[in-house]
Design a protein around this ligand. Structure first.
Ligand SMILES: O=P(O)(O)OC[C@H]1O[C@](O)(CO)[C@@H](O)[C@@H]1O
Length: 531
């Protein structure tokens, strides 16, 4: 079914006019001064997550027009088609059903298959966790992209729930400096390798899996069947590698949406079956919110629409994510694949070139570390970059004072971005390190902040398995929302293929030295690297 293009809707034109008339000039400080109810009016509660959207550059008309835009591009129909298993990944002719992986038993498409693998996976995870019997102390996940970033992000996030006697390691890079230091510290007899690859053909993963197997056998490992398991849709290739214990998933699970499938095995081993089920349940709760809440009260929809507003009307090309929880240190990297691999597209689903911006650059670091690195640019740089703060109310450690300091920093940053400081205010303050000879007016210009810089604050009560599940699903559906508005297929990734193909052509040239037909730069670099 074809849907209207966003830039041909009435709402798109209206948003353009609204931006010129009001949007560009909206001043957050004035908006809060004028409307005592602004914080409440622009806040939303979704499962496990409260969102304060009030420090964003929008007003009620913007929000109304954005909802009209969502209606104009048939967002609800597109969403329902995904949940119903229609082949919305048109270039690969596949449905997109990561939501089925977290639906309760008996609900959602493919329920029998999903729960058969899930039960087997969790039973296996529990056997590994019984360390007295399994003898396992270290688990190495070998995978890349969606077969790595999810578990690598979620395991530290849920460290407070993790088995204390198990160490989880993640190897992804084909650069041997990734696997070498991991293997150096391991004992084959107490190590379990998980070879995680949807296709079981990815160069990096296959190369590292081969290195791991050779190391295992060369260092006294005896039974590869007990120490290597596979997670893949390609059961045949896993068997050819010599793996007998394999957990399958399906081609309707995109790599970057696969943490909920058997790809979650490292997380299941770390936190156990009950917590893993809670993680799935949190995501399912967010699925239901996305499927059922009115568009205006639907948090993933509102975030996705704000992304469109910023990308296409304000022309902001990047968004920064600042989780004020060290456990979420890999969350920005996870989001980079989720959002940029999904929405980094230049044609719409029908192959027509887009005349508008799509995925922003998504980046960030946990607070407070980012404050001492790049926040200077967020406050005083020439580009406006919306920031997303993630605050967690209750810590899972006993250092209450540290936690209060982290939260105070989080609030202070969003406040500073919005309030700024005028040159006149700066002139009244003393600055201990300021030059004594520099003109005070000039100095105050350096020390002033424009302010009016937008941010969103997401608040979780605690970073539990359920809350993490809901948080990730929130981002998945938000990416779906902006993709639906732009009319792009968020579920393919052809852009990764060219580099892979060229790499395969270059690889033999390192042995042969053949430079024929190469461009001058590549030829010279290859020669230098061979030498
Ligand atoms: O799980 P696989 O098949 O090894 O693929 C790994 C990753 O490679 C990609 O295809 C491209 O980077 C990702 O989409 C995917 O998550």
């Amino acid at each position: 079914m074809s849907h209207p293009r966003c830039d041909e809707t009435i709402a798109w034109t209206a948003l353009g006019g609204h931006y010129e008339a009001h949007g560009r000039e909206l001043d957050l400080r004035e908006a809060f001064a004028r409307d005592a109810g602004r914080a409440a009016a622009f806040s939303l509660q979704a499962p496990e997550i409260f969102a304060d959207l009030s420090k964003n550059l929008w007003d009620d008309s913007t929000r109304r027009l954005l909802v009209e835009l969502a209606e104009g591009v048939h967002l609800a129909e597109r969403r329902d088609a995904m949940f119903a298993g229609e082949p919305i990944n048109t270039t690969e002719g596949r449905p997109v059903l990561h939501t089925a992986l977290r639906a309760p038993r008996g609900a959602g498409p493919f329920s029998d298959e999903v729960h058969e693998v899930l039960d087997r996976l969790l039973a296996f995870a529990e056997r590994v966790r019984d360390t007295a019997t399994s003898g396992i102390t270290d688990i190495v996940n070998i995978g890349i992209g969606g077969s790595d970033l999810g578990p690598q992000m979620a395991v530290p996030a849920l460290d407070a729930f993790a088995h204390p006697g198990l160490r989880l390691h993640f190897v992804s890079n084909v650069d041997g400096h990734d696997i070498a230091p991991v293997l150096r510290r391991l004992n084959p007899a107490t190590t379990l390798f998980i070879i995680a690859s949807k296709t079981f053909t990815t160069q990096e993963t296959m190369a590292n899996a081969g290195v791991a197997r050779a190391w295992f056998l060369a260092n006294g490992g005896t039974d590869t069947r007990k120490h290597f398991v596979g997670v893949t849709t390609n059961l045949k290739a896993a068997a050819e590698f010599g793996i007998t214990e394999t957990f399958g998933f399906w081609d309707w699970v995109g790599g970057r949406y696969s943490l909920w499938s058997a790809i979650g095995l490292p997380l299941a081993i770390a936190i156990g079956a009950d917590h893993f089920r809670a993680f799935l349940a949190g995501a399912h709760a967010m699925d239901q919110h996305f499927a059922q809440a009115p568009l205006r009260e639907n948090l993933p929809v509102q975030l996705g629409l704000l992304d469109v507003w910023y990308r296409n009307f304000h022309h902001f090309s990047s968004r920064s994510v600042a989780p004020y929880h060290q456990g979420l240190k890999r969350f920005p990297a996870y989001l980079q694949q989720l959002e940029m691999e999904s929405n980094g597209k230049r044609v719409d689903s029908e192959g027509r070139a887009l005349r508008l911006g799509t995925s922003p650059v998504v980046w960030g670091e946990p607070g407070t570390n980012g404050q001492h690195a790049y926040f200077q640019m967020l406050h005083q740089g020439t580009d406006v970059i919306p920031v997303e703060f993630i605050a967690v109310k209750t810590p899972t450690h006993e250092h209450a004072d540290l936690h209060t300091k982290a939260l105070a920093n989080c609030l202070a940053q969003s406040q500073a971005l919005m309030l700024g400081k005028t040159a006149a205010e700066a002139a009244t303050e003393s600055a201990p390190t300021a030059s004594a000879t520099l003109d005070r007016t000039v100095l105050s210009r350096h020390r002033s902040f424009p302010g009016n810089r937008p941010s969103t604050t997401l608040v979780l009560d605690a970073l539990t398995p359920r809350a993490l599940g809901a948080l990730i699903a929130l981002y998945e559906h938000r990416v779906f929302t902006s993709a639906a508005v732009w009319g792009i297929n968020a579920f393919d990734q052809w852009g990764v293929e060219l580099g892979k193909a060229l790499c395969n052509q270059l690889l033999p040239r390192f042995a042969s030295g053949d430079l024929s037909g190469l461009d001058g730069s590549t030829a010279a670099l290859l020669q230098r690297l061979r030498a």
